[in-house]
Design a protein around this ligand. Structure first.
Ligand code: TYC
Length: 116
């Protein structure tokens, strides 16, 4: 946050010259695509597979087949992508998953990761 040194601020017109010249202050409207964030599901040894499938269906709108595939992938590899969203939606999904798991007394956790 507050850091402009990222891929979304590549609005330089280099190598073309601008009317302002090199020293001119250029105000470029930020019309770049917004950053997207992966919601990552983490594996653990205790959360039942059925519960993870339910989470993927309920909060990530996956079909039974998609949810089962993602759950098995997380189970085998340790982590996996449940969905990709804008920051505020991704943050909400993480909260929903973690709260729903805690409510049901399972250690299932999800986290955020900026898309490459
Ligand atoms: N490893 C769990 C089990 O064997 C299943 C599981 C899958 C848990 C995915 C969490 O994100 C997860 N019951």
């Amino acid at each position: 946050m507050g850091n402009n040194n990222n891929k979304n601020n590549n609005n330089s017109n280099y190598p073309f010259s601008s009317p302002e010249g090199e020293a001119g202050v250029q105000i470029v409207p930020k019309l770049d695509t917004p950053k997207m964030y992966k919601v990552i599901l983490l594996n653990d040894d205790y959360t039942p597979m059925d519960f993870v499938v339910l989470v993927l269906r309920r909060f990530f709108a996956k079909t039974e087949e998609q949810a089962t595939q993602i759950m098995l992938d997380v189970h085998k590899k340790g982590a996996g992508v449940a969905g990709v969203y804008s920051l505020e939606i991704a943050e909400m999904k993480v909260m929903q998953v973690n709260q729903f798991a805690q409510l049901n007394q399972y250690p299932l956790k999800s986290t955020l990761e900026e898309e490459a």
